[in-house]
Design a protein around this ligand. Structure first.
Ligand SMILES: NC(=O)c1ccc[n+]([C@@H]2O[C@H](COP(=O)([O-])OP(=O)(O)OC[C@H]3O[C@@H](n4cnc5c(N)ncnc54)[C@H](O)[C@@H]3O)[C@@H](O)[C@H]2O)c1
Length: 410
């Protein structure tokens, strides 16, 4: 399996990708997966459509207006052209990829022949309800439905359709062209063959799937990342430190690739705010919401894309903050580590995922350079639990250490 996917990736890059049917003709389930429909051609949809077409799948890309599709196709061509310029794609493969992509406005036409539908419409349950009703009425009974939602309940959406057994979460990260991680989320009724088909599909895209066994708020990465953004704001207030000092400490002491405020600004505070609301709605124990996130969102300070979020930027282009190593000394990030480890422990003790998948997801999704629970063990589970107990007494039950950490603290 590993070897086969590796070959597929290499062939893609060199512009010689064969049809998925030929590449994987030894695999019964993947034999069925040749035609993919992507619903929504925005930030995520156009990227998912691009990587699926590059991997050899025939892709119908559906949006509600032609102008959205035109803009999506322009972005895809721009991205493929960049790869040709950098010798990562041949001209021939560029043409082949484009020939596998067809933009459509009509939903019925968009679903024709689909083995898999990947839904990437805006994160709004009432809109997704309408979309799934329409999709259910047109799609062939064999079609698998996958939602790219970041935070909405997979099981609830599955129950809106005529096929909850063939419904799954498929959470790509932004930008899908570059990010290796895809969380594959099992809903209450998702059947095993759907899980297996989608794990194989993700590998055929040259991505790394991690299996999320239970449909919990935030899945894996957002369950760790989103609460940490709020916690970092509390730390800033309680410890009287700066954004830079917190970010520098996370980088140099906890192996973060960038600070949490940098990452939130890069992700977009609209995305962080929306995820916070949805996650808190699903499970009010997962997040200790700080009002600053909502305030920045209301003020349209959305991070890099608007030139201001936690930090100010000279343009809306990607820009890293110049964090100074000396700043790291002003902040002790044990609380941040403790909150992240407590949430990670919750995922493990509730059997949401395997520990190896948890760490893989955090490495690929948040860029952590070191395993989170290994860092916690280095600091000492006992100290982490003591810190959480102290915080719980001062600031409430959100901080109470869960059974996983208590067990390891001895
Ligand atoms: N943006 C991110 O960083 C990110 C990351 C991971 C997952 N997601 C998830 O992916 C999904 C899409 O997010 P996005 O950021 O790409 O949104 P977006 O707003 O950029 O794009 C959504 C697209 O869907 C189209 N659309 C609306 N109704 C439609 C319909 N009925 N049929 C087809 N298309 C329709 C819109 O016109 C728009 O082009 C959401 O569920 C979001 O939570 C987003």
């Amino acid at each position: 399996m590993e070897l086969r996917n590796h070959s597929l990736k290499l062939l893609s890059i060199q512009g010689k990708t064969k049809s998925p049917l030929r590449m994987i003709d030894c695999d019964r389930k993947m034999d069925k997966m040749a035609n993919v429909t992507v619903l929504g051609s925005g930030t995520m949809g156009h990227g998912i459509a691009q990587i699926a077409a590059m991997a050899g799948f025939k892709v119908l890309l559906r949006d509600v207006e032609q102008r959205f599709l035109d803009s999506a196709m322009d972005k895809i061509k721009w991205s493929l052209n960049k790869m040709v310029e950098k010798n990562k794609l041949t001209k021939e493969s560029f043409e082949q990829t484009l020939s596998r992509l067809e933009p459509v406005v009509d939903m019925k036409e968009g679903l024709k022949g689909a083995d898999l539908v990947i839904e990437a419409v805006p994160e709004d349950l009432s809109l997704k309800r309408i979309v799934y009703k329409e999709v259910s009425s047109y799609a062939d009974p064999k079609t698998i439905f996958a939602s790219n939602t970041s935070t909405l309940p997979i099981s609830e959406m599955a129950d809106l359709t005529d096929r909850p057994g063939s419904f799954i979460g498929l959470h790509f990260f932004n930008p899908p062209q570059l990010m290796k991680l895809v969380e594959v989320i099992r809903g209450h009724k998702t059947d095993q063959s759907t899980v297996e088909s989608l794990m194989t599909f993700v590998e055929a895209l040259g991505k790394t799937p991690v299996l999320v066994q239970k449909d919990v708020a935030g899945f894996i990465v957002n369950r760790i990342f989103i609460p940490l953004v709020h916690e970092a704001v509390f730390c800033k207030e309680r410890d009287g430190v700066t954004y830079e000092e917190i970010d520098a400490a996370l980088k140099s002491k906890l192996g973060f690739p960038m600070g949490i405020f940098e990452l939130a600004d890069y992700t977009g505070l609209d995305v962080v705010n929306k995820a916070s609301h949805e996650m808190h709605l699903r499970d009010d124990k997962v997040i200790n919401p700080h009002p600053l996130i909502e305030k920045l969102f209301q003020e349209k300070k959305l991070g890099q894309k608007t030139g201001e979020g936690f930090y100010s930027y000279s343009s809306n282009k990607y820009e890293r903050k110049d964090l100074v190593q000396a700043d790291a000394e002003a902040f002790d990030p044990t609380v941040m580590l403790a909150v992240a480890s407590n949430n990670a422990g919750w995922l493990l003790s509730n059997e949401v995922c395997a520990q190896s998948d948890l760490e893989k997801a955090l490495r690929l999704g948040m860029g952590l350079k070191k395993d989170l629970l290994a860092t916690a063990a280095e600091v000492g589970m006992k100290s982490i639990v003591e810190k959480l107990n102290e915080m719980s007494e001062k600031y409430g039950k959100f901080y109470a250490p869960g059974p996983y950490l208590l067990k390891f603290a001895g």
